[in-house]
Design a protein around this ligand. Structure first.
Ligand SMILES: *Cc1c(COP(=O)(O)O)cnc(C)c1O
Length: 362
C-alpha cells in the first residue's frame, strides 16, 4: 500500500525518526530503567507545559483525560463551553459521568468569549468549566488567556482546558495562566502516533480530586500524582510512545519553542492566504483563526467559491495526499487543511501546489 501523506487535522503525519524511536527495546514499567526514562523527560515536559507541576502520561486518547477531568474535578456542576464537535461532545460526556452539566453554546465558527463565561459563572452554580482551546472541527482558536483571567474572580472553579490541537502550536504558559487542568493528545500537534495523552494539573485540582467520590482508578489524578513523584504511571503505559515522546521533545527543543510557534503562525497564514486567493472564504470568525489548521468554507452561501469536496479529496489523494472533507454537521460545507506537527514551508507549498492542480475545472 502506498502511503498517502496526511494533511488531515489528526492524526497527522509521523516522521521516520519518531517511528524509529518507538522500536527501542522494551523495559519493565516498574524498573529503574523506566524511572530513568520518565525522570529524564520530565524537565523537558515541564518546560513545554511551562509548569512546576509534574506532567502526567496517560495511555489513552485525549478523551480519556477529558472524561477523567470531569470525574476528578466536578462535584457540583460543570459549565461546558460549546463551539464545535469536540467541545459540544464534552457536555454529553459530563452527563454520562453522572454529573450536573450545562452548555454555553455559540454558533460553530464563533469563539467563546470571556464575558459570556463570566455571566454564567456569576450564577454561583458551577464548580468547574471545560474549554476546548482550539476547536479542531471549526478551526476556531478561543481567547484562552482572556478566559483564564477570569480565574482570579472565581478561584474555586476548576478551569479544565483541552489543548489537543493547539499545544506546542501557540504559547500556553500553564502556571502563568493559573488554570487547573491542561491536556493534550499525541496524534495532533505533537505529530506522534495516537495512543498517548499528556496532562498537568494545579495543586487546587489535586485537592479537589482527593475529595471527589467515584473518580475511578484509571484516570484518578491522585494516583497519577503519587506515581509521577516516583517517575512512574499508575498502570503499564505505552512505553513505545514514551520513547517517541522523548524523540519529539528533542525535535521541539532543538527547533526552539518560539521558532515552533512562529513556524505554525507562518504556515497557517500561508494556507489562509492561499484559500482566499482561490476564491474561498474562511469558516472561523475573523480574528479567531486557528494556527494549526485551516477550515475553509465551500459554497456561495458563505460568500465564496463552490466545489465538490469529495472530488477534490479524491484528486488530492491520487497525488499522494489526504485532506479532510469537513467534520460533523459541516461535512462537505467545509474542508480542512492541517499544518500541524513537522510541516515546513516546502511541504505546505507542495500541498498547495497539489490543491491548485486538483481544483482545475472543479
Ligand atoms: C482530536 C481531538 C480530541 C479527541 O482526541 P482523541 O484522541 O480522539 O480522544 C479532543 N479535542 C480536540 C480539540 C481534538 O482535536
Amino acid at each position: 500500500m502506498t502511503h498517502s501523506k496526511l494533511h488531515i487535522p489528526g492524526p497527522v503525519e509521523v516522521s521516520e525518526k519518531t517511528f524509529r524511536a518507538m522500536t527501542t527495546p522494551m523495559v519493565g514499567h516498574r524498573s529503574a530503567d523506566f524511572q530513568e526514562l520518565y525522570g529524564r523527560i520530565q524537565p523537558s515536559l515541564q518546560s513545554l507545559f511551562q509548569t512546576k507541576q509534574l506532567v502526567f502520561l496517560s495511555t489513552s486518547s485525549a478523551w480519556g483525560v477529558m472524561e477523567g477531568a470531569i470525574r476528578n474535578c466536578v462535584q457540583k456542576k460543570v459549565l461546558n463551553c460549546m463551539c464545535g464537535a469536540f467541545s459540544d461532545k464534552w457536555l454529553d460526556v459530563s452527563r454520562r459521568c453522572g454529573k450536573e452539566a450545562e452548555g454555553l453554546e455559540v454558533a460553530w465558527g464563533s469563539p467563546v468569549l470571556p464575558e459570556m463565561i463570566d455571566k454564567k459563572l456569576e450564577t454561583g452554580e458551577f464548580d468547574a468549566l471545560t474549554l476546548v482551546h482550539n476547536e479542531t472541527s471549526t478551526g476556531v482558536l478561543n481567547p484562552l488567556s482572556d478566559i483564564a483571567s477570569l480565574k482570579e474572580k472565581y478561584p474555586e472553579i476548576m478551569f479544565i482546558v483541552d489543548t489537543v490541537s493547539s499545544f506546542s502550536v501557540v504559547d500556553i504558559p500553564f502556571d502563568q495562566l493559573g488554570i487547573d487542568v491542561l491536556l493534550t493528545g499525541s496524534q495532533k500537534a505533537l505529530a506522534m502516533p495516537p495512543g498517548l495523552a499528556l496532562f498537568t494539573v494545579s495543586p487546587a485540582a489535586l485537592e479537589r480530586a482527593a475529595t471527589t467520590p467515584d473518580r475511578g482508578y484509571y484516570f484518578d489524578f491522585v494516583e497519577f500524582q503519587k506515581n509521577a513523584e516516583k517517575n512512574m504511571t499508575p498502570s503499564t503505559p505505552s512505553i513505545s510512545h514514551i520513547y517517541a515522546l522523548e524523540s519529539k521533545l528533542e525535535d521541539i527543543f532543538s527547533e526552539g519553542m518560539e521558532a515552533r510557534f512562529e513556524r505554525h503562525a507562518t504556515l497557517s497564514e500561508r494556507v489562509r492566504h492561499w484559500a482566499t486567493e482561490q476564491g474561498f472564504t474562511l469558516f472561523p470568525d475573523a480574528g479567531y483563526e486557528s494556527r494549526a489548521l485551516t477550515c475553509i468554507n465551500n459554497g456561495a452561501k458563505a460568500g465564496g467559491r463552490t466545489i465538490d469536496v469529495p472530488t477534490l479529496q479524491k484528486r488530492v489523494k491520487e497525488a499522494g495526499v489526504t485532506i479532510d472533507g469537513g467534520y460533523g454537521k459541516i461535512k462537505g460545507k467545509t474542508f480542512r487543511l492541517s499544518n500541524m506537527g513537522d510541516e515546513t514551508q516546502e511541504s505546505i507549498d507542495t500541498l498547495l501546489g497539489i490543491l491548485d492542480d486538483s481544483l482545475k475545472g472543479l
